[in-house]
Write a protein that binds this ligand. Structure first.
Ligand code: FAD
Length: 310
């Protein structure tokens, strides 16, 4: 059995694995796709001390760093069930789609999240060519340009406010008949001169010239007519879904599916820790996931030394 078994090979999982292995304890990492969301990212300019890199390059660097230690890396393994230890100090079990199962004294859940996509023509084609999901990451790439933000909840309205300080103009579109964001955010939104809000707007298509985005088509849900907006960027803010469906019934999750963790990265099950985008920790970023992974790993190590027999 492992002392620490990490599920997920993104920034949080890689960091957790390195911190565990450096304690000289038996460490394993099982991931569906080593690298995680970083693999889907092009320019990364906010991973502190690395002024500029690309997603696939950072993903390779994460894996290389993990491979410098004695860590069992099990790639292409999708976890489907966590069976917590029956008794205190017992072994937790993780079952995989392949039929395999692994046992460990502590488990670190780092399965990340995925952005909800619009599912309209042009969205996939122009991903990272004008279609973006993270304003903190990609906002500065649209300096002085025109963008749309899709989504009328807190994240959409926050993104519009954030981007309005960088870009020339923001059109915020929601398919709802009203914004759902907190009143204080809506007040701030309406105070900004370079934001237009469109309600009842159903996104129909992202347009481009083959290289990059140059427009957006939406349908007015009341009148039924289609409209076209000329712009250079589209930020999709219709939800971040934690990859935690497989954990239902084992650790406690919020309504939105985030794994509830405390300040030490501990979940509601003793010996099971969590880190990164899959958890309740706010602000989903690489630098945060890396820090949280280290923290969960130190939490797991602390748990091990306190629960092992003298
Ligand atoms: P993830 O990176 O999501 O990794 C999760 C890991 O768990 C993966 O290995 C996955 O395969 C695995 N996994 C999931 N489910 C299972 C399962 N059931 N069984 C086994 N393994 C599983 N952040 C920045 O700081 N700067 C940026 O510039 C930036 N740009 C971004 C651009 C895009 C397009 C996207 C999508 C995100 C961007 N982010 C950026 C956010 C950043 O990528 C995430 O915050 C970060 O990757 C979270 O790390 P994580 O380890 O928690 O999860």
């Amino acid at each position: 059995a492992f002392d620490v078994l990490v599920i997920g090979g993104g920034p949080a999982g890689a960091s957790a694995a390195i911190y565990a292995a450096r304690k000289g304890i038996r460490t394993g990492v099982a991931a569906e796709r080593f690298g995680g969301q970083v693999l889907d990212t092009m320019a990364i300019e906010n991973f502190i001390s690395v002024p500029e890199t690309e997603g696939p390059k950072l993903a390779r660097a994460l894996e290389e760093h993990v491979r410098q230690y004695e860590v069992d890396i099990m790639n292409l393994q999708r976890a489907v069930k966590l069976v917590p230890a029956a008794a205190k100090g017992g072994l937790h079990e993780v079952r995989f789609e392949s039929g395999a199962s692994l046992k460990a004294r502590t488990v670190i859940l780092a399965t990340g999240a995925r952005y909800r996509a619009l599912g309209v023509p042009g969205e996939q084609e122009y991903r990272a060519k004008g279609v973006a999901y993270c304003p903190h990451c990609d906002g500065p790439l649209f300096k002085g340009k025109r963008v749309a933000v899709i989504g009328g909840g807190n994240s959409g309205v926050e993104a519009a406010i954030d981007l309005a300080g960088i870009v020339a103009h923001v059109t915020l579109l929601t398919h709802g008949e009203a914004l759902r964001a907190d009143a204080v955010l809506q007040r701030k939104l309406h105070s900004l001169p370079n934001i237009t809000v469109l309600l009842n707007a159903q996104i129909a298509e992202v347009l481009g010239d083959g290289q990059k985005v140059n427009g957006l088509v939406y349908k007015d849900r009341l009148g039924g007519e289609a409209h076209r907006i000329e712009l250079e960027g589209v930020f999709v803010q219709i939800g971040l879904l934690p990859n935690s469906e497989w954990l239902k019934g084992s650790v406690e999750l919020t309504e939105r599916g985030e794994i509830i963790t405390d300040a030490h990265g501990a979940t509601t099950v003793p010996g099971v820790f969590a880190a990164g985008d899959a958890t309740t920790v706010p602000y989903k970023q690489i630098v945060i996931a890396v820090g949280e992974g280290a923290k969960a790993s130190l939490g797991a190590f602390d748990h091990l030394i306190r629960s092992s027999a003298p």
